[in-house]
Design a protein around this ligand. Structure first.
Ligand SMILES: NC(=O)C1=CN([C@@H]2O[C@H](COP(=O)(O)OP(=O)(O)OC[C@H]3O[C@@H](n4cnc5c(N)ncnc54)[C@H](O)[C@@H]3O)[C@@H](O)[C@H]2O)[C@@H](O)CC1
Ligand SMILES: [K+]
Length: 451
């Protein structure tokens, strides 16, 4: 049971291609079912298990798992929604010599295993399936999904039919987008990967703890990374971003604009375009509290005209002409939430991952598409997905904190995609450290503890 951090994410088609390339599908199902049995046995302890099997290969995994649990002496029953329809599932079902109960009449068990549908789900689940399944799940103490919670769309995380939430989802061979994308991910509970020994290459991965440069004996404030935050109409938002940049590890942070007060470590200068010419600046953060007036336009213009790496957030995203990015050599990271993303890139097509990749290609920049799930995409087709954001992050200023943290990681010298992913990771972890009803200032402070 491998944690999802850093693991490849595959669409259903890519997963099928990886299975085909492996060749021996029956051996693969055998491995999958046994791995599920082992995981369920560990989770269930001595408690009796009821496995619900669908007609396809997800159900096939369920039959193999049931046979393996029974062979190990575990109390296990099985209920099916329909007879198996694939050769693989039929062969798997033949290995289960126990009784096959109907879903409608099945009695509850303390541990319920959902092997109804996986990556092959193609339509809504009927009431004849959902009603007894919800009844059985409500009576169970532990609900485990095989590969995916049934009823959710593997590739885009849509919920076709609302499943009873699982506490644990056992992803087979690789993660699927729905394990991390909302709204599906909230039904998956804790996701654990079962390694089936097949190569599952992907340019899309789950977020993982970053490797960021550590200060050494020869470090000084400018080698740690210098960040310039462009202030604007709402000075507090820019200052919050500046504070976050300091807490995320930047050695020197300057706020260009109005505003005063602590922290004393923050360097304050009045806005001037010339201030951006300092060659020591490793990243310019623009957008938090910038406003949308003529002055804001001028400041964004000046930032785009520099050769410094940029983090573009908030108001600056509303003023941004994407074509201006095409001529720039230095990296740019855009951090839109859903509304800003739609305004900049339109509705788009496909999953949040597809749409963010298309946006990154269009902008020729790293795009951090924020939300309860955050997708970070690069123009070269790589993507990183962060699931399960802390719900308490829905607080004013949390985006400013992310923008500032991104300035720090970008100024530290790591590649732009890694810098963006690192900041998202630090931000997410900081939120967890803050507990409940925290404010953005607490979040910025917690970045130090996460670093
Ligand atoms: N990833 C891997 O390496 C492996 C995957 N395997 C399993 O194979 C699964 C995919 O199997 P399948 O492609 O057979 O797909 P599923 O088992 O997910 O479902 C397909 C079957 O369900 C029917 N169906 C789809 N939606 C329905 C609905 N709403 N109501 C009623 N029937 C519906 C289809 O007509 C088809 O018969 C994976 O999720 C995984 O569990 C394993 O067996 C082997 C290893
Ligand atoms: K399932």
């Amino acid at each position: 049971m491998i944690p999802p951090d850093g693991q490849p994410i595959l669409t259903a088609a890519a997963m099928r291609a990886a299975e085909q390339a492996h060749g021996d599908l029956s051996a693969l199902m055998d491995r999958a079912g046994r791995a599920v049995a082992q995981a369920v046995a560990r989770l269930a302890g001595p408690s009796p298990v009821l496995i619900l099997c669908g007609p396809g290969n997800n159900g096939g995994d369920g039959y193999v798992a049931a046979a393996a649990l029974a062979a190990a002496g575990h109390a296990v029953r099985l209920a099916a929604v329909a007879p198996p329809t694939t050769d693989l599932a039929r062969a798997a079902a033949a290995r289960w010599t126990g009784r096959v109960e109907t879903l409608a009449n099945a009695q509850p068990a303390p541990v319920l295993v959902d092997a109804l549908f996986g990556t092959g789900l193609s339509r809504l689940l009927g009431h004849a399936i959902t009603a007894p399944w919800h009844r059985l799940a409500a009576a169970a103490q532990l609900h485990v999904a095989v590969d995916l919670p049934s009823g959710i769309a593997s590739d885009d995380g849509a919920v076709l039919s609302t499943p009873p939430p699982a506490q644990v989802t056992l992803a087979l061979a690789a993660l699927k987008p729905a394990h991390l994308l909302q709204p599906a991910a909230r039904y998956a509970g804790t996701v654990r990967l079962l390694d089936l020994g097949i190569a599952a290459p992907s340019s899309c991965h789950a977020i993982a703890a970053p490797t960021l440069p550590e200060p050494g004996p020869d470090s000084h404030k400018f080698t740690r990374g210098m960040v310039a935050v462009v202030g604007g109409a709402m000075a507090g938002a820019g200052e919050l971003a500046a504070l976050a940049a300091m807490r995320a590890g930047a050695g020197y942070v300057v706020h260009l604009g109005d505003g005063q007060g602590p922290p004393h470590a923050l360097v304050r200068k009045p806005w001037s375009p010339a201030a951006l010419d300092d060659p020591r600046i490793g990243a310019v953060v623009i957008g938090p509290g910038l406003g949308r007036d003529a002055a804001a336009h001028t400041r964004l213009d000046a930032a785009l005209a520099t050769d410094r790496p940029l983090v573009i957030d908030g108001d600056a995203l509303h003023l941004l002409d994407l074509d201006r990015l095409a001529d720039r050599q230095a990296a740019a990271i855009l951090t839109p939430h859903a509304g800003e993303f739609a305004a900049l890139f339109g509705k788009g097509q496909g999953s949040k991952i597809d749409r963010t990749l298309a946006a990154a290609a269009r902008a020729r920049a790293i795009v951090v598409h924020k939300g309860p799930d955050t997708v970070i995409a690069a123009p070269d087709g790589r993507a990183v997905v962060a699931g399960d954001a802390d719900d308490w992050l829905s607080t004013a200023g949390s985006g400013d904190v992310l923008a500032g943290a991104t300035g720090a990681t970008l100024a530290s010298g790591v590649a732009a995609l890694d810098a963006a992913a690192a900041a998202v990771w630090l931000h997410g972890r900081a939120a967890r450290r803050c507990g409940r009803s925290f404010i953005a200032d607490d979040l910025a402070a917690a970045l130090s503890r996460v670093r």
